[in-house]
Design a protein around this ligand. Structure first.
Ligand SMILES: Nc1ncnc2c1ncn2[C@@H]1O[C@H](COP(=O)(O)OP(=O)(O)O)[C@@H](O)[C@H]1O
Ligand SMILES: [Mg+2]
Length: 341
């Protein structure tokens, strides 16, 4: 952890100490000091650097998609929002597939391409493995694939996952303690992404359905997170645990990760879904749950079929359906943009 005081901030930003004082008093979102020392307040250097970038509207939004349950639409929502951001809003987007199930990867590139790259050490498996083997083989620039999806979107890139992570995650933490105890287990993705983060407007991270070290690697690099869920009892059950865990993690690490909201997906017109949805909205209004995105994604066959990267489509309308699905994803993405601000 690197700390800075007022003078260092002034130097970092190339402004006077007075200008820094003005920022502190006038700018609502200026980071709070980590501590007040006798020499004056000190901040985490990283928070200040992020604020300085954000000040000019340039900061990369890094958003994790988290739910403890599988099958709730995390991957589908991540991929759709990424495609809409890149195609309809001309944003530069990176999808990071952190889930060992590799679904976002397979939704965005052909399986044979994945296999080739996985064998060549060009997936996240190599990034994690390097820490166990004390090697430096993973090259993030080479691992990122540009122009992915069957819509061939130039501004959309993918950092692919690997099925190999399924096995690796079982012995990883024990292995690290044995072989490389100095490694911060939550900081592996963050340090790997650092050199490329500025190349993107949005980085969307598809997390595995748990809160273990792979997910905390996603949380650690994020500026915000969303919770995709089906509006039913089992899918929403773990939401307080997610919110609590991220809050604790933020505090422990001196970083700021905001809950951007709950995205309702695979909604069916049945009483159970409707009443759960209404309950979530009430709880959000009372501040007991994160906000609920206004736009809801319905359960639809064409959305399920969108996961097939080999299907021949040319536009978002063709891919997601000409009816409500397209309009709902378009509106959801616009909401996503303003909730990220
Ligand atoms: N809105 C939807 N309508 C119909 N099927 C969907 C929808 N969203 C996702 N699916 C399908 O449901 C399954 C689980 O979705 P997925 O996005 O993989 O969830 P998760 O990543 O949370 O495990 C997949 O087969 C997917 O194609
Ligand atoms: Mg998934």
């Amino acid at each position: 952890m690197e700390l800075v005081g007022v003078s260092e901030i002034a130097e970092l930003a190339g402004v006077s100490r007075q200008a820094v004082s003005n920022w502190r008093s006038r700018s609502k979102n200026f980071p709070s000091p980590l501590a007040e020392l006798s020499s004056g307040p000190v901040w985490l250097k990283e928070n200040i650097e992020n604020w300085l970038k954000n000040k000019d509207g340039k900061m990369t939004k890094v958003v994790s998609f988290i739910n403890l349950k599988g099958g709730v639409g995390k991957t589908t929502t991540t991929v759709a929002i990424a495609e809409f951001l890149a195609l309809e809003h001309q944003k530069r987007v990176l999808v990071v597939d952190l889930d060992p199930q590799t679904n976002a990867t397979i939704a965005l590139i052909h399986e044979s391409v994945w296999e080739e790259r996985d064998n060549a050490g060009l997936t996240l498996l190599q990034m994690f493995r390097d820490k166990l083997d004390r090697t430096n083989k993973f090259d993030v620039n080479q691992a990122i694939i540009q122009g992915v999806s069957n819509l061939k979107i130039p501004r959309l890139s993918l950092l692919p996952s690997s099925l190999g992570l399924i096995e690796l995650q079982d012995y990883y933490l024990h292995g690290l303690t044995q072989k490389n105890p100095a490694v911060n287990k939550d900081n592996i993705l963050k340090s790997a992404l650092k050199p490329v983060l500025d190349n993107y407007d949005y980085v969307l991270i598809d997390c595995p359905p748990n809160l273990q070290f792979i997910t905390t690697n996603g949380i650690n690099v994020s500026t915000g997170y969303v919770i995709p869920t089906i509006p039913d009892i089992l899918s929403t059950y773990g939401i307080p645990q997610i919110v609590g865990r991220v809050e604790t993690f933020s505090k422990e690490n001196g970083i700021d990760i905001q809950p951007l909201g709950i995205i309702i997906s695979k909604m069916r017109e049945i009483g159970l879904h409707r009443s759960k949805y209404e309950q979530l909205k009430r709880e959000a209004a009372e501040g007991k749950k994160p906000p609920i995105f206004d736009r809801v994604i319905d359960e639809a066959a064409q959305i399920a079929e969108s996961a097939d990267v080999t299907s021949n489509v040319n536009t978002l309308r063709q891919k997601y359906g000409y009816g409500n699905n397209y309009a709902n994803y378009a509106a959801l993405t616009e909401e996503f943009i303003w909730r990220c601000q």
